[in-house]
Design a protein around this ligand. Structure first.
Ligand SMILES: [Zn+2]
Length: 415
């Protein structure tokens, strides 16, 4: 039997243990913030040790371990990096959940709990794909690296950014793959960028009856929002190499994230996430703070959007701006061999065509793409991602494991 067939039969043999591994990982809470992922990472570390695979833990922050393991094949070849994150969204109000967010319950064909979809199923699949390939390293070429991070949900400073800055010799490769929730019939070849801003407004303030004495910061913030709304829906020139992907994936995006999702792939969106200001009805509010999330299409840069926002702010005396987070849009060649390997192997387990798409959200793939390493995402359906009662379909989890193991095997057998 070929290594690919041997890996598939090992996955079939180990199915119960594979499902149990994900359940245990979900039962180890790792909400970020606050971002203490030690328990979750130790579940993974122990699983790798059961396969006899050594790994290294690398820290930018004590409670946020990053894990790196790698092996070389029997001959030279390309270096593939598999990347997943172990931190997850906070569970929010537990009253909204039917079960504990950290139940890890295996029921009705699903593993239940916060992070099951984003992205503990994907991370577990990559860990096991790495482990099964490790068992066949003598028949592979090149090098395979597993790079797991603890800080993706809040921007990556202590995770991917730290690894690429401080340990680049370990995690730079020729190709990068993650298993973020893309949907099982879509391969993400790029993603929109995002800029998160905190905009402040200050005025002298005063008594609510004396509206002639001072401007009201809340009223001014309303006017400023009106100006920012003009950015929403703005279209920018699509990079030529992405135009066919965008045209072809609109309908797929509509199906994955709801009608209208396909229309906003290549436009700016503006979302107001939080607003605070003033103290009571009869006071001229002296302050107001607005948190804004602006998403940028491929082809646009953070500098362009920040310049547009600054133009708006310049109209308002007392307005200030703080950049909380800036993630540039990123994309890779949709004709790269890895896209072929992922889609061909995914189509073995899907009755739809598996197509390249762009993601509306941001992921760690951008860190690799931005330094010229082609990066792709393939993972479960995004349904219930970040919502109460998050749950991943076990059949999807098993298929993602198979697809990543087989695609990596194809890539490392190329030479
Ligand atoms: Zn994620």
């Amino acid at each position: 039997m070929s290594p690919k067939e041997l890996i598939l039969s090992a996955i079939a043999r180990d199915e119960d243990r594979i499902i149990d591994f994900l359940a245990r990982l979900v039962r180890a809470p790792s909400p970020n913030p606050p971002g203490d992922t030690r328990q979750a990472m130790s579940v993974i570390d122990a699983e790798l040790r059961r396969f006899g695979i050594p790994s290294r833990l690398l820290f930018a922050k004590d409670e946020m371990p990053n894990l790196v393991a790698d092996f070389r094949g029997a001959r030279s070849g390309p270096h593939l990096v598999l990347n997943g994150h172990v931190d997850v969204f906070p569970a929010g109000d537990e009253a909204g959940w039917s079960r504990s967010p950290w139940s890890g319950l295996v029921q009705d064909g699903y593993v239940h709990g916060r992070g099951a979809v984003d992205m503990k199923a994907g991370t577990a699949a990559l860990v096991l794909a790495f482990a099964y390939l490790h068992g066949h390293r003598d028949s592979l070429g090149g090098r395979l690296t597993l790079a797991l991070v603890s800080d993706e949900e809040t921007g990556g400073r202590y995770g991917a950014e730290f690894l690429l800055k401080e340990h680049s010799e370990l995690v730079l490769g020729d190709c990068y793959v993650n298993a973020e929730p893309s949907s099982v019939d879509a391969i993400e070849v790029g993603e929109k960028g995002a800029v998160h801003l905190r905009i402040g407004m200050r005025t002298a303030g005063g008594h609510g009856a004396y509206t002639h004495q001072s401007p009201n910061a809340i009223r001014l913030m309303g006017e400023l929002q009106h100006d920012l709304n003009r950015l929403h829906g703005k279209r920018y020139e699509t990079p030529a190499d992405l135009a066919p992907v965008i045209t072809e994936c609109r309908a797929v995006i509509d199906r994955l994230v709801g009608k209208g999702g396909g229309d906003i792939i290549d436009v700016v969106t503006v979302n107001y996430g939080a607003i605070k200001g003033g103290s009571s009805a009869n006071v001229l509010a002296p302050d107001c703070v607005l948190e804004v999330d602006i998403r940028m299409p491929a082809g646009m840069t953070g500098a362009t959007i920040l310049a547009s926002v600054k133009d708006v702010l310049a109209k308002y005396e007392g307005a200030s701006m703080e950049v909380i987070n800036l993630m540039e849009p990123s994309w890779s060649d949709s004709r790269h061999p890895m896209v072929g390997h992922l889609s061909r192997n995914a189509e073995r387990f899907s009755n739809r065509d598996v197509v390249p798409v762009l993601s509306l959200g941001a992921s760690d793939a951008r860190f690799w793409r931005q330094i010229g390493i082609p990066g792709y995402s393939y993972g479960p359906s995004p349904d219930t991602m970040g919502a109460p009662d998050e749950a991943v379909k076990i059949s999807e989890y098993l298929n993602i494991l198979k697809v990543h193991a087989l695609a990596a095997c194809d890539y490392l057998s190329e030479t």
